[in-house]
Structure formats: structure tokens, C-alpha cells
Design a protein around this ligand. Structure first.
Ligand code: NDP
Length: 495
């Protein structure tokens, strides 16, 4: 969207080359206000289309996006520097999420009868999930299509209009998404993009016309967004970073575990909220695993197998974590501080890193990983759970029962077993964290409900004779009958 107040602009550049990719308006609070107001009207029209009408439009959007997949991937590549192949994968996974949301919205959110129980036997009870109106989505730059789509597709399928504020590093990708959407839904601005820096996002979070904010980014910024939301009691989803652990059991398939650790830690230059940042290996297989990982990591290079650091300032965070780990007695099995050669960072594998190091406790968001030896699976789990974050995680084990038990006890929203990031490929699975990784869920049925409000209706079908309870005409005999019924139903010790 564009208004007369759009005097100022900002540029997006390719972080690998510094080349200008695009120039976009710095939307101020007035522009955000205009977008949210327009979205409010569009939301009423969109909600009025009903599940079937929206499903048809979203399927159309899905087809448009799929046919333009390469173009979208190219824009992601230009703005983030990631290889086009990775951008294609990201966009394809976003299409899968869009499909699931559109296909399942009625089933998950549509009106349904629920049981009333004996006490309410004269009632008919209906539950449905209604749209919130306007949803504000504040997106990150690391997966500029897949990540916001987890909110956008689900919010739209639930009947909301969306105002999307992409990261200042990837505005062109956001603008392109909205352009493609408008081809399928040209009548009203159901999906709008406002571009700008942090202030634009702050104006969106503080707008009283927004029914919910879905934020993805750092924990620190999530707290600021939450404070802005508090002014209007606007609820939010906070999808923040992680410090995900991969646990390797004594009987795990070591080549598969090393391959998974390498991809999980280094792909997208480690700029993945559910990337692997720590590995805990049971001591009997520690050296064999480390050898396997080291051999593979030495064949991988920044700028060749994955792109640059998209956020330039992050490079210094990575360098700081590596230097801290080495200064505290950790060892570098692959690379070291010299692997940081902006804008690229080559793989760094650190081992024997003290648990209090920043490389173990804080989100690095770079192509580095720590590999630490543990005496048992229990110790691995204890250490995995001993950080402030809890987003994803991975377990490799030859024993399915043991792997499932560890997966359940991992303090995280998602866990992959004997695979890497596999939960991302299953749109029915909810995605989100605990603790410092945030709260709320995108994807799956929970992701649809996240952008809707439950509406409960109880309709009386006939008066219950002899059970006048919520009336000033209630008699002691009515109460006696209620106590008898409740005692009959619930008075025994066994359920
Ligand atoms: P931020 O958390 O600062 O940014 C995320 C989004 O929030 C961006 O769209 C940003 O806009 C916007 N934003 C910034 N300030 C405000 C505000 N006050 N009110 C509303 N919106 C705001 O992340 P960074 O890009 O600075 O990255 C910093 C770190 O965050 C990374 O190094 C990484 O550790 C983590 N991160 C985690 C991600 C994840 O997937 N969970 C994704 C991205 C980052 P703008 O870009 O214009 O500033």
C-alpha cells in the first residue's frame, strides 16, 4: 500500500554482493493506520465469503504461487543471499502449509454440536471458531516466505484479513507475496504489506484495530512487541529463537546422525530458528560421531553450500560465541574464529565446550555447533533441557521406544526422531516453543484456532421439569433433586 505520507524510503540489498535489490517506502504510523482500517473492511467481506468461498480463493492463490515459485525463490535468494535451491524448498513447503490451512479450515473451525451431559440434557450446544478481524504478522528475514506463511495462510483460512510487516531485510519478498495474492483476490485488500523498519512493526503492534499479532524474531523484540500489545490487550503469538539440541544414543545410526547434525546446524548459514546448535553424544560413540561429523563438515563451505549471514551484525555474535567457547577450554574440531570471513562464515564444529559458554546458552544463529560428550541419555536430556529456550530438538537412537520417550521429555514444542526438522514437513503438526522460544502455535489445527475465537452457543430445547435452577422461582425441592442427580453422577470414588 502507498499513501501521501510515504516520502521516505529504504533499500534492500543482496547481503552476498551488496547489490541493490529494491527500494521500498518507510511506512509510518499513519500509513499503518490506513492499512489496518482498509483491512478491517476487507475482513468483513472476506469473512462473509464463508469457508467454501475462502477455500476456493486460497486454492487459487496456491496455484498462482506455485506457478510463480521460481520467481518467488529468486527474490528470496536476492534478498537473503541463500542458494536458490534452498529458496525453492522453502517456497514449496509454504505452499504445502497454505494447502493444509485452506483444506482443513472448515473441519477445524466450522460449527459443530458438542455433548451437553446429563445436567444440560435439555440444551443443544454449538461450538464454532470465528475470525478475529485483522491479524498483524511481523515476519523475519531468515525464511521470508515459509515463516510468515505459517501465520498468513492460517489467519486467512480462519477468515481474517492480514497486514504483514516483513523484515526490513526482505521487504521485496513480502511485497511479491501480496501481489500474487491480489491476483486471486483482487476485490479487497485482504492481504496487505507495510514496509519499513522496527517502528513500522511497532505501529502495527500498537494499533487498536488489530485483533492479534503474530510475531517471529528475537526474544528481546518479542518482549517489546508484547509491551506494545498490552496497551490494547491485543493477544499475540511469539515465535522466537531456539537453542535446539540433537541427542545421539549409543546405538544410533552415526552417519545418518552426523549428516542430520551437519544440515541442521549449517544449512541456511545456521540462520534457522529450529537449527541444531548443540549436540550431546553418549560417550561410547562420541569419538566416532565427531569423526563422522568432522569429515563431512570439512567438505562444506559458506558461499558455496549455503549463503552469507543475512543480518551483517550477526557475524560478530557468531565470532563472539566461537571465541568465548575456545577461551573457556573448548576445542575446534572444524574451523575456528578465522572461519568468520564476512559476509560468509564457514562451518565451525566445537567440542568439549563448557555448558556455561555463550555458544551453549545463547542463540548463535550461525553455522556453528557444539558437540559435547555425556555419560548417558539421561544426562543428554538434562543438558538439552537446561537452557532458556525450548523450540525444537532431535533424537537419534536405534531404539524407537527409547527415542520416543526422550522426545516426549524434551522441553520443546517439536522433536524430530531419526530425521532432521521433519516436523516442518507435516502441516498437521503445530509449531511453536516454550520458555524463551515464545508461545502460541502456527500450523495444524492449533495454528488455525490460534487465529480465531471460540464462540459457544447453548440453546434450550425445552424446560427441564422439576429442575428450575437459575430462576428466583427455584424451590428447595429443585435443589434436592439437583444434589441427588450430582451425587448419583459423581458421588462415587471411581470414575
Ligand atoms: P528482530 O526480532 O529485531 O526482528 C524481527 C521482526 O520484528 C522484523 O520484522 C523487525 O523489523 C521487527 N521489529 C523490530 N523491532 C520491532 C518493534 N519494536 N516492534 C515491532 N516489530 C519490530 O530480529 P533481527 O532481525 O534483529 O534479528 C536478531 C536476532 O533475532 C537474530 O540474530 C536471531 O537470533 C533472532 N531471530 C530469530 C528468528 C526466528 O526465526 N525465530 C528470525 C529472525 C531473527 P525490522 O527487520 O525492520 O527491524
Amino acid at each position: 500500500m502507498s499513501t501521501a505520507t510515504d516520502q521516505r524510503t529504504f533499500d534492500s540489498v543482496n547481503p552476498a554482493t551488496g547489490a541493490l535489490v529494491g527500494t521500498h517506502p518507510l511506512h509510518d504510523a499513519a500509513a499503518v493506520d490506513a492499512a489496518v482500517r482498509g483491512a478491517g473492511e476487507a475482513a468483513r467481506w472476506w469473512a462473509g465469503l464463508g469457508f467454501e468461498g475462502r477455500r476456493r480463493r486460497l486454492f487459487d492463490f496456491k496455484a498462482v504461487l506455485t506457478r510463480d515459485l521460481r520467481r518467488v525463490a529468486r527474490k528470496i535468494h536476492e534478498e537473503t543471499g541463500k542458494p536458490e535451491g534452498d529458496a525453492v524448498l522453502e517456497t514449496a513447503l509454504a505452499v504445502v502449509q497454505l494447502d493444509w490451512a485452506a483444506r482443513n479450515a472448515r473441519k477445524v473451525l466450522g460449527p459443530r454440536r458438542v455433548g451437553t451431559g446429563l445436567v444440560g440434557m435439555n440444551l443443544a450446544a454449538t461450538l464454532e471458531y470465528l475470525p478475529l478481524g485483522v491479524v498483524g504478522v511481523i515476519g523475519p528475514w531468515n525464511y521470508p516466505v515459509f515463516t510468515p506463511m505459517g501465520s498468513i495462510a492460517y489467519a486467512l483460512a480462519a477468515g481474517n484479513a492480514v497486514v504483514f510487516k516483513p523484515s526490513e531485510l526482505t521487504p521485496g519478498t513480502g511485497v511479491l507475496l501480496a501481489e500474487l495474492f491480489a491476483r486471486s483476490v483482487p476485490e479487497h485488500p485482504v492481504l496487505q504489506v507495510v514496509t519499513g523498519l522496527g517502528e513500522t512493526g511497532a505501529a502495527l503492534a500498537a494499533h487498536p484495530g488489530v485483533g492479534k499479532i503474530s510475531f517471529t524474531g528475537s526474544t528481546a523484540t518479542a518482549k517489546r512487541v508484547m509491551a506494545a500489545c498490552a496497551a490494547n490487550l491485543t493477544p499475540m503469538v511469539a515465535e522466537c529463537g531456539g537453542k535446539d539440541a540433537l541427542i545421539v544414543d549409543a546405538d544410533a545410526d552415526l552417519p545418518a546422525a552426523a549428516d542430520a547434525a551437519l544440515w541442521g546446524a549449517m544449512s541456511n548459514a545456521g540462520q534457522t530458528c529450529v537449527g541444531v546448535e548443540r549436540v550431546y553424544v553418549v560417550e561410547t560413540v562420541h569419538d566416532a560421531f565427531l569423526d563422522e561429523l568432522t569429515r563431512r563438515a570439512k567438505a562444506v563451505r559458506g558461499g558455496e553450500h549455503y549463503g552469507p549471514m543475512t543480518l551483517p551484525a550477526q557475524t560478530e555474535v557468531v565470532r563472539g560465541h566461537v571465541e568465548d567457547a575456545l577461551a573457556r577450554g573448548g576445542e575446534a574440531a572444524v574451523g575456528g574464529a578465522a572461519s568468520v570471513r564476512p559476509p560468509f562464515v564457514d562451518p565451525v564444529v566445537l567440542t568439549g565446550v563448557p555448558e556455561e559458554s555463550s555458544a551453549v546458552q545463547e542463540e548463535t544463529f550461525g553455522p556453528t555447533v557444539t558437540v559435547n560428550k555425556v555419560a548417558s541419555l539421561e544426562e543428554a536430556l538434562e543438558r538439552a533441557n537446561a537452557v532458556a529456550y525450548g523450540l525444537g530438538g532431535t533424537v537419534f537412537s536405534g531404539n524407537t521406544r527409547r527415542a520416543m520417550e526422550i522426545a516426549r521429555r524434551m522441553l520443546s514444542g517439536m522433536t524430530a526422531v531419526n530425521g532432521i526438522l521433519s516436523f516442518v514437513a507435516v502441516p498437521a503438526l503445530p509449531f511453536g516453543g516454550v520458555g524463551g522460544s515464545g508461545f502460541g502455535r502456527v500450523h495444524g489445527a492449533d495454528g488455525l484456532r490460534e487465529f480465531a475465537r471460540p464462540k459457544a452457543i447453548a440453546r434450550q430445547r425445552f424446560p427441564l421439569p422439576g429442575m428450575t435452577l437459575s430462576s428466583f422461582e427455584r424451590t428447595p425441592a429443585d435443589l434436592d433433586r439437583l444434589v441427588k442427580l450430582i451425587t448419583f453422577l459423581h458421588g462415587r470414588r471411581k470414575g
